[in-house]
Design a protein around this ligand. Structure first.
Ligand code: A5A
Ligand code: ZN
Length: 483
């Protein structure tokens, strides 16, 4: 299979990304006069909507209920759980005035919603019989990020924040929920053909207020890691802080257990980054706003042109009836070549060209965006052929992306090798670890990389020693340059 040129994409990925989101009219970033805030443009909005739709479908199927909480959180609620507020304090935007008048109680723009949701749960949930309870919402959150902001990747207004919040009567059920959430995210990323590594974040890098954090990371085309989703076991930290108690089966009262898990605009950035190429976006068919574009090739002969129009209409109707998102590009002032370029840039998975020759013979020229291959098919088979192509495109994107990720993970006890790996932005390195924080922090410095955490599920490092202190290694610690 011919691999399309991905040269510029891989050689200067950050610039490619900035170029493609603007050029393909996905996201306008850097012009809106507030730092860290971008604008979803119509085409990007449709892509985002399809991706969130996939997430909603999965969560709904697993029994989550969608809710919508206020954006503002009173200061005292946000401060209730001490670790949580310590973690977020430096990132909170505050609303201090109503018109000209100073507010009695400062209001935070939510940086996340554990506190506001737990507060309301205390009114709603009284008994173990109501549990487990699974809520989620898709909202904007605000974080005054101080690291370099990046379009979709590090925003100050995260506009596509899907946060799920669950409640359980005991620890075991919260643990079961963590597993369910991890499976849900695996399905979500698998369906987007996004590869991932799952790590348990080190103690010092867990979500503020959690017992522990499980993270999904991927490696971007420049070899830097990006966290694309997180699942937290919150234990009883928030329910204790809010004195949220429920009646248990034995009639006693106790604080319930919680989990939360979230994804963001970063998922859209990842779909764009991992599948794209020099020509622009390459979208997985299931989330492409337009799945098939039909480009009529003008014919000189009037009779031919009539045949072309008829076949175009017939094919459009057949695809539409089959539930496929199809668009006919009828613009008269534009040449076919310019249309090809236009839709390739926008990542439309399949293009159908219909000219006089095709119309006379009752065939179609069908072109796939991912490999740029062309074929001729009988017009009456169009629905079956397009569906088959969708499957093949998805398979190809999935395999290509996973191959890329696997090649970027290296396991070694040799620090020189480890250093070379992360320095040259090759990806993630796994080094034997004794379990002590000071060794991991020392290696972070030595490697100039961030400790991402240990493999999840847990993996023993059999017969290995910690290269920092020489003690017996218990597992592997992952390091990478990170966004
Ligand atoms: N309430 C929990 C779920 C929570 O807030 N977890 S989190 O802080 O880890 O955020 C969830 C996900 O949002 C992260 O895994 C990351 O993928 C994304 N995210 C966090 N900060 C972001 C930012 N400034 N810009 C874009 N995405 C961000
Ligand atoms: Zn050690």
């Amino acid at each position: 299979m011919a691999e399309p040129q991905r040269k510029k994409w891989s050689e200067n990925y950050p610039r490619w990304f900035d170029w493609v989101i603007g050029e393909a009219e996905v996201y306008d970033y850097g012009r809106y006069p507030v730092k860290g805030m971008g604008v979803w443009m119509p085409y990007g909005f449709q892509l985002r909507k399809k991706i969130i739709g996939l997430m909603r479908e999965i969560l709904d199927r697993l029994g989550h209920e969608e809710v919508l909480f206020p954006l503002l959180i009173p200061e005292d609620l946000l401060r209730r759980e001490s670790e949580h507020v310590k973690g977020f304090e430096a990132e909170v935007y505050w609303v201090t005035h109503g018109g000209r008048r100073p507010l009695d109680v400062k209001l935070a723009l939510r940086p996340t919603s554990e506190t506001s949701i737990t507060y309301m749960e205390t009114f709603w949930i009284k008994s173990y019989k109501q549990l487990p309870k699974k809520y989620y919402q898709v909202v904007s959150i605000f974080r005054y990020e101080t690291k370099a902001t990046r379009p979709m990747i590090r925003l100050r207004e995260v506009t596509t924040f899907k946060e799920a919040h669950t409640v359980h009567s005991n620890f075991e059920d919260a643990e079961r929920q963590v597993l369910e959430a991890v499976e849900a995210y695996k399905e979500f990323f698998d369906r987007l053909a996004i590869p991932y590594v799952i790590s348990r974040r080190p103690e010092w890098d867990k979500f503020a207020g959690a017992l522990y954090t499980i993270a999904f990371d991927t490696v971007m085309p420049d070899g830097r890691k990006l966290q694309i989703g997180t699942v937290h076991n919150l234990g009883q930290n928030f329910t204790k802080a809010f004195d949220f108690r429920i009646q248990l089966a034995d009639e006693s009262l106790d604080h319930p257990w919680q989990t939360s898990y979230g994804i963001s605009d970063r998922v859209v950035a990842t779909v764009i980054s991992l599948h794209g190429d020099d020509r622009g976006l390459v979208l997985p068919p299931n989330v492409a706003p337009i799945q098939v574009v039909i480009v009529p090739i003008p014919a000189k002969d009037e009779e031919d042109m009539k045949l072309v129009k008829e076949l175009v209409e017939q094919v459009r109707r057949a695809l539409e009836t089959a539930g496929i998102r199809v668009k006919v590009d009828e613009r008269e002032e534009m040449r076919p070549g310019a249309k090809f370029y236009y839709w390739e840039l926008r990542g439309v998975p399949v293009r159908i060209e219909i000219g006089a020759k095709e119309a006379r013979e009752g065939v179609l020229t069908i072109h796939r965006r991912d490999t740029l291959e062309k074929r001729t098919i009988p017009a009456e088979n169009v629905v079956v052929e397009v569906r088959r192509l969708f499957d093949e495109i998805y398979q190809n994107l999935y395999e290509r992306a996973w191959k890329y990720l696997r090649e970027r993970i290296k396991r070694t006890a040799d620090l020189e090798e480890a250093k070379e790996w992360v320095e040259n932005r090759r990806g993630v390195v796994e080094v034997p670890w004794c379990g002590r924080e000071e060794c991991a922090l020392k290696l972070e410095e030595e490697l100039g990389a961030e400790a991402m955490g240990t493999p999840w599920p847990f993996e023993k490092a059999e017969g290995e020693v910690c290269p920092v202190c020489g003690r017996k290694a218990i597992t592997w610690m992952r390091y990478s340059k990170s966004y």
